[in-house]
Design a binder for this molecule. Structure first.
Ligand SMILES: Nc1ncnc2c1ncn2[C@@H]1O[C@H](COP(=O)(O)OP(=O)(O)OP(=O)(O)O)[C@@H](O)[C@H]1O
Ligand SMILES: [Mg+2]
Length: 239
């Protein structure tokens, strides 16, 4: 469904993303892992059309997104790393604003806002101002904002940062529901255990390059072998 082909971006002398290529099948959930500064946000920015690539191409279902802004708007939802919410406005009012960005009219927006709020478990707080929300609730509203136009591909940039384990679980339940509905997810995180719980496959990004692209099961197997090798090596050393 998503095809990323030799996508590159530099800032001055610094190469943020270095000719990365990968694809994601319809309904697949892929983790994008890497340390601070690895290039995750830059990559997500280019895929979502916010950041202009220096080179390379992103296409969705065979359609180049650079040449088809409409396809991008219709089919891709972005959950940004930083919260993009108006604290003084209610949850519903925030979603009305988001919906406007996606080109949704008032009539269709209302039921969609309701559905999105229900999906992230915030239906009962729809008229409350965002400033009265906990950090985890704000994170969930941030996710709802990306779901209004019912996108096929959802890009999530560290959606669980700064939330407690309970809220993280609630967010994961929301994401698992999206998976069940057949959505395609690209999930950015620093944590392998998050990827393990949610993702079918992981991409490891470092210094702008993809170091690994594998299923979580295969990854774990490799890791176990590595641990076993280390143990046997240290046993031999001490014998
Ligand atoms: N607007 C910008 N101007 C200059 N350099 C930038 C800009 N955005 C990112 N960079 C640089 O590009 C590199 C990749 O940054 P990016 O934000 O993509 O990393 P990241 O993997 O998302 O990191 P984090 O885990 O901290 O969010 C870093 O070296 C960063 O300093
Ligand atoms: Mg980032």
């Amino acid at each position: 469904m998503l095809q990323v082909d030799r996508l590159s971006k530099r800032y001055g002398d610094r190469v943020a993303v270095n000719a990365i290529s990968f694809s994601i099948a319809q309904g697949e959930t892929v983790g994008l892992l890497g340390p601070n500064g690895a290039g995750k946000t830059t990559a997500i920015g280019m895929i979502s059309g916010i950041t202009r690539p220096d080179a390379g191409e992103v296409s969705l279902g065979g359609v180049s997104l650079a040449q088809n802004a409409n396809a991008l708007k219709r089919h891709v939802g972005l959950v940004p790393q930083d919260l993009a919410l108006y604290e003084e406005l209610s949850a519903s009012a925030n979603l009305q604003l988001f919906g406007g960005l996606y080109g949704l009219g008032a009539a269709e927006l209302q039921p969609r806002a309701k559905t999105a709020l229900a999906l992230v478990g915030l239906a009962h707080r729809d008229t409350d101002r965002v400033k009265t929300f906990s950090g985890g609730m704000k994170r969930r509203l941030n996710i709802a904002g990306a779901l209004l136009h019912d996108p096929d591909l959802i890009l999530l940039n560290e959606p669980t940062v700064g939330v407690d384990p309970q809220s993280r679980n609630a967010i994961f339940d929301n994401l698992e529901e999206l998976k069940r509905r057949g959505k395609t997810l690209l999930y950015t995180t620093h944590y392998m255990e998050e990827a393990e719980r949610l993702c079918d496959r992981v991409l490891i990004l470092d210094h702008g390059q993809i170091l690994a692209n594998d299923t979580v099961a295969h990854f774990k197997q490799q890791y176990t072998n590595l641990e076993a090798a280390r143990r046997s090596w240290s046993n031999r050393g001490s014998a």
